[in-house]
Design a protein around this ligand. Structure first.
Ligand code: IPM
Ligand code: MN
Length: 360
C-alpha cells in the first residue's frame, strides 16, 4: 500500500508563497514518477503578514497541526515594516518553532552546483559539499527577545548546556556517517567543531564535550577550528569540510557565508530537527522587494522539500529531486539575471525541474 505523509505547509511572507508553490509542484511530479508514496497538505498562514492581520505570528490551530504532522514545509517569513513594540521584527517564528518544540539541530547543506555563480575562482561542481549543523536552541540566541537593556547598557547571554552540546555533537557525527560522500578534498568523513574557545569559557566547555563524543566515532576525523579561522577557511579551502558543528549565532553567520560561496542563499535549504518533529525551510528571508515580480529562484525551497522527503524515509524520491536540479544547472539553461534572480521566476524553475525529473 502507498504510504501517505501528512504535511503542514506554511507559505510565509514575500516570495514565500511563490517558491513554496514551485516546491509543491516538484513534489507532485516526484510523487507521480516514484509512485510509492503520497503527500497530503494542510495550509496555515504564519509569519509577519499573519502577525499584522491577527496579532499572532502563528495560530494555535497551526501549532497543533505542526505538532502532529509528519513534517512541515515552511517558506521564508518577515516583512520589514511589521515590527513588535520593542522594534524587533515580528513574525520570525524561530523562537516559537525551533526553541518551542526543541528542534535542536539546524542542518544546512552547502553544495556547489554546476554553473552556479560562485565568487570563488577555480572551484568545480561538488568541490564544495559540506553540511553545517547549527545548534538551534541555545547559544547566544538564548537571549532572543529577553536581553537586559537599561539606558546605559545592554546585555545578551550565551548558554551552553552539557546536554545541548552533547546531543548536537552526536548529531554531527551521525550526519558525517550518513552523508554519501566524505570531504571533497580527501574523501574523509570529518566533523569540524567551530568555536571561540581561546577566548570564552563556554566554548572551551563545548569543545571538551565535543572531543569526548568524538571518542565514540573513531571512523570520523574530529577537529576544532576557531570561528575567525573557520570564516577564512570556508572561502580559502571549502573542499576540506564535510560536516561543521557550531553554536547557534556562529552557525547563522557561517551558513550565509557558505551560501555566498555557492552562488547565494537562494541555493541553501535547511532542516530543523528534533527528536520527533521537523520542519524544512530556505535559510534566506522573504525578499519582499522581488515578491510578485516573477523573479524569485525557488531552488532553496525545492531542496528543502527534498530534505523533507529524505527525513520522511523517501530517500530515493529526495535523490530524484536533487539529481533533477543538478541536471537543470548542468544544462545551464535557466534565464538567470545578474544577482541570481530568474526571469519568469519560480514557475520557470519548477517547470525545468519537472522536465528534468521525467528525463532522469
Ligand atoms: C536564519 C535566519 C533567522 C536566524 C532569523 C530570521 C531570525 O537568519 O534562519 O538563519 O537568525 O536564525
Ligand atoms: Mn540567518
Amino acid at each position: 500500500m502507498k504510504k501517505n505523509h501528512r504535511i503542514v505547509v506554511l507559505p510565509g511572507d514575500g516570495i514565500g508563497p511563490e517558491i513554496v508553490d514551485a516546491a509543491l509542484d516538484v513534489l507532485e511530479a516526484v510523487q507521480e514518477l516514484s509512485g510509492g508514496f503520497s503527500l497530503t497538505y494542510e495550509y496555515h498562514p504564519a509569519g509577519a503578514g499573519c502577525y499584522r492581520d491577527t496579532g499572532a505570528a502563528i495560530s494555535a490551530q497551526a501549532l497543533a497541526a505542526f505538532r502532529t504532522a509528519d513534517a512541515t514545509l515552511k517558506g521564508p517569513v518577515g516583512l520589514p515594516d511589521v515590527r513588535k513594540p520593542d522594534g524587533t521584527e515580528a513574525g520570525l517564528l524561530g523562537g516559537i518553532l525551533r526553541v518551542g518544540f526543541d528542534l535542536y539541530a539546524n542542518v544546512r547543506p552547502i553544495r556547489l552546483y554546476p554553473n552556479a555563480a560562485t565568487p570563488l575562482a577555480g572551484r568545480a561542481p561538488d568541490d564544495i559539499d559540506y553540511v553545517i549543523v547549527r545548534e538551534n536552541t541555545e547559544g547566544l540566541y538564548l537571549s532572543r527577545g529577553v536581553g537586559l537593556v537599561t539606558a546605559q547598557a545592554a546585555t545578551d547571554s550565551l548558554l551552553m548546556t552539557a546536554r545541548g552540546c552533547e546531543r548536537i555533537a552526536r548529531f554531527a557525527f551521525k550526519t558525517a556517517l550518513e552523508k554519501k560522500r566524505g570531504a571533497p578534498e580527501d574523501g574523509r568523513r570529518r566533523v569540524t567543531l567551530v568555536d571561540k574557545s581561546n577566548v570564552l569559557r563556554s566554548f572551551a566547555f563545548f569543545r571538551r564535550i565535543f572531543l569526548e563524543v568524538a571518542g565514540d566515532y573513531p571512523e570520523v576525523a574530529a577537529e576544532c577550528l576557531y570561528v575567525d579561522a573557520a570564516a577564512a577557511a570556508l572561502v580559502g579551502r571549502p573542499h576540506h569540510f564535510q560536516v561543521i558543528v557550531t553554536e547557534n549565532l556562529f552557525g547563522d553567520i557561517l551558513s550565509d557565508l557558505g551560501g555566498a560561496t555557492i552562488g547565494g542563499l537562494g541555493m541553501c535549504p535547511s532542516a530543523n530537527i528534533g527528536d520527533r518533529i521537523a520542519y524544512f525551510e530556505p535559510i534566506h528571508g522573504s525578499a519582499p522587494d522581488i515578491a510578485g515580480r516573477s523573479l524569485a529562484n525557488p531552488v532553496s525551497q525545492i531542496l528543502s522539500a527534498a530534505m523533507m522527503l529524505s527525513h520522511l524515509g523517501e530517500a530515493a524520491a529526495a535523490e530524484m529531486i536533487t539529481s533533477a536540479l543538478w541536471q537543470v544547472y548542468a544544462r545551464g539553461r535557466l534565464p538567470f539575471q545578474p544577482g541570481g534572480a530568474v526571469t519568469g521566476g519560480a514557475p520557470v524553475v519548477a517547470k525545468a525541474a519537472r522536465q528534468a525529473l521525467r528525463e532522469l
